[in-house]
Design a binder for this molecule. Structure first.
Ligand code: PSU
Ligand code: MN
Length: 316
């Protein structure tokens, strides 16, 4: 299925913004950016389409306009039509996973790109969207001190003033080092209604964060201060998985530990480790990791939309 162009026109920045998103931005309304790697590479069809549509619906129900971001036929799009969303979901891995380093190449070759957190932040900032919701961000991989496998999501957070709402990072990564790296990059890391940084499928990681926030309004004030001072860096708001899904989260966590041991025994390293881990975790949990993943993304969308509304109110 090849993506079709929508009524969006490509603006002077070479980015096509949908009419709905453009209108919301013009009136200073609440807009929430959403990434597309999670659709094309993170979930199977048709669950990915169903989730993408539900996440957009949650954003709308809470008073904000969703802006899913992807590169279609070489043109970065901010805000997708239902038809475009479907094309992404059906195409899946045919859309190239596009981080910051891949953007120029995908655009120059007229390709189709599913944007990761780093690339989505870049485009969100370019068009003036300050809030971005996802499931989990990339981080420092285990043994990252040797492999130097550190996600460009972390450097993007250091240099792009967009607030990312996520459920923390998966424990297949090195969470303490991920937090150290974010500190080095000058990223404000806040945990939502908790003192601990969550580990995606579970509420706990054993890592405390210095900043705790308890309401969307409190988050909005931090974002406002960051903007007023021209700090130029991003903010990560870590929202724990909802309690009712954390039980299955604990089972998933033990599957992760088992898969990590298997990877070590089999000496699986480098870029083979993430696909190996994700596949093993899915098999070992009988697919329940996917359901927990969907639940936490929708919860992040709810919190993110409320933050976007609170921020827009502060600006009025
Ligand atoms: N973590 C998840 N789910 C995801 C990703 C990360 O729990 O889908 C995706 C996001 O798009 C993120 C990217 O930006 O993977 C990070 O990839 P890498 O580690 O190659 O930087
Ligand atoms: Mn990497």
């Amino acid at each position: 299925m090849s993506p079709s162009s929508s009524s969006s026109s490509t603006g002077p920045m070479g980015v096509a913004v949908s009419p709905e998103v453009e209108a919301a931005l013009a009136r200073g309304g609440a807009v929430v950016a959403l990434e597309s790697t999670i659709i094309c590479h993170g979930m199977p069809y048709p669950k990915n389409l169903q989730t993408a549509m539900e996440v957009e619906a949650v954003v709308r129900e809470n008073g904000a306009v969703p802006a899913t971001i992807a590169i279609l036929n070489g043109v970065p799009h901010v805000g997708l039509s239902g038809e475009q969303l479907k094309s992404l979901a059906v195409s899946g891995r045919q859309f190239q996973k596009t981080a910051r380093r891949d953007i120029a190449h995908v655009v120059a070759s007229g390709g189709n790109g599913a944007t990761t957190v780093s690339a989505t932040m870049f485009f969100a900032h370019k068009v003036g969207i300050p809030i971005f919701v996802t499931g989990g961000i990339g981080g420092v991989h285990r043994n990252g001190e040797q492999t130097m496998d550190i996600s460009s999501d972390l450097t993007e957070l250091g240099k792009t003033p967009v607030t990312v709402i996520s459920a923390g990072v998966k424990s297949i990564l090195d969470i303490p080092r991920t937090l150290e790296y974010l500190e080095t990059q000058g990223v404000t890391v806040a945990a939502y209604k908790t003192n601990e940084f969550p580990a995606f499928f579970t509420e706990v990681s054993g890592c405390k964060v210095p900043c705790r926030v308890d309401s969307p309004e409190e988050c909005a004030k931090i974002i406002y201060a960051n903007k007023n001072l021209h700090l130029g860096s991003g903010i990560l708001i870590a929202v724990p998985i909802p309690k009712e899904h954390a039980a299955s989260g604990n089972a998933i966590e033990s599957a992760i530990q088992k898969a990590l041991k298997e990877a070590e025994d089999k000496n699986i390293i480098g870029n083979a480790i993430t696909p190996f881990m994700l596949d093993r975790v899915k098999v070992l949990t009988g697919g329940s990791s996917l359901e927990a993943n969907i639940a936490l993304v929708k919860n992040n969308a709810l919190v993110g939309a409320k933050i976007a509304v609170a921020l827009s109110d502060l600006h009025q």
